[in-house]
Design a protein around this ligand. Structure first.
Ligand code: 13P
Length: 250
């Protein structure tokens, strides 16, 4: 089935960049925007601590959308160390990554946690960027499709179709993250087609690829009908490299 060719490139800075680093990035990146294709949506998922400074630099309604890398599903409460949706909204955050494999691994996040965060974000009119992906062992055991379908269904469990339509999905094979070991485009295509078909309402939702995506390979991925953009780690830390990827994404 044909779906909207919406292009989205998301920088996931992970635990990189202080406020000063983030502003330094923007000072080099912003002047390049006029030369970048206008139909590519640009999101930077920065550390919580850099968001206020970035919002100050970007102001409201900037082409660059601000993203967070995690959120707590409750609006407030006795949750030491956590950050709520109202706190992010105050900083102009519009997108939040949920279910990144590093959070599933190190913070033991479950599909139920990811579902709660996704529901809370959608209720607040924020866009969840839901990451799914199989481990190296799961891939070797030929469980990739089963794994990503079950993660997608878990994250979107109980949501009505109109809510599902407001999400963004990201397929990130864990073994390809930060390793330089790329997923073959045909394999990514197969996993992403399975993700799209797994839940009612995903037909037109952007599905991004993530895992060692860089300027040299972004075009190859985006040539696939199933791949609508990227969730980029290492190659989005330098403004020149992220801009180059957006240029190739047109
Ligand atoms: P790399 O682009 O560094 O492989 O990271 C991908 C990722 O995890 C983005 O969320």
């Amino acid at each position: 089935m044909e779906h909207t060719p919406r292009r989205v490139l998301v920088a996931n800075w992970k635990m990189h960049k202080t406020c000063v680093d983030a502003i330094d990035f923007l000072e080099v990146f912003i002047p390049q925007l006029p030369s970048l294709p206008a139909d590519v949506e640009i999101v930077i998922a920065a550390p919580f601590t850099a968001l206020a400074a970035m919002r100050g630099r970007l102001g409201v309604n900037h082409r660059i959308k601000l993203g967070a890398q995690n959120v707590h599903p409750q609006p407030s409460g006795a949750y030491t160390g956590e950050i709520s949706i109202p706190m992010l909204q105050e900083l102009g955050v519009t997108h939040v990554i949920v279910g990144h494999s590093e959070r599933r691994l190190y913070a033991h996040e479950t599909d139920a946690d990811i579902n709660a965060k996704t529901r809370a974000l959608l209720a607040a009119d924020l866009t969840p960027i839901i990451a799914v992906g199989e481990s190296s062992d799961e891939r070797d055991a030929l469980h990739t499709i089963e794994r990503v379908v079950s993660q997608t269904r878990g994250a979107l469990h109980g949501l009505i179709r109109e809510a599902v339509e407001r999400t963004i999905l990201a397929y990130e094979p864990i073994w390809a993250i930060g390793t330089g070991r790329n997923c073959a485009v045909a394999d990514a295509h197969a996993a992403m087609t399975a993700i799209r078909g797994s839940v009612d309402g995903l037909a037109d939702v952007p599905i991004l690829y993530g895992g060692s995506m860089k300027p040299e390979n972004v075009r190859e991925y985006l040539a696939s009908q199933a791949i609508n953009g990227g969730l980029v780690g290492g190659a989005a830390l330098a403004p020149e490299s992220f801009a180059e990827m957006i240029r190739h994404a047109a």
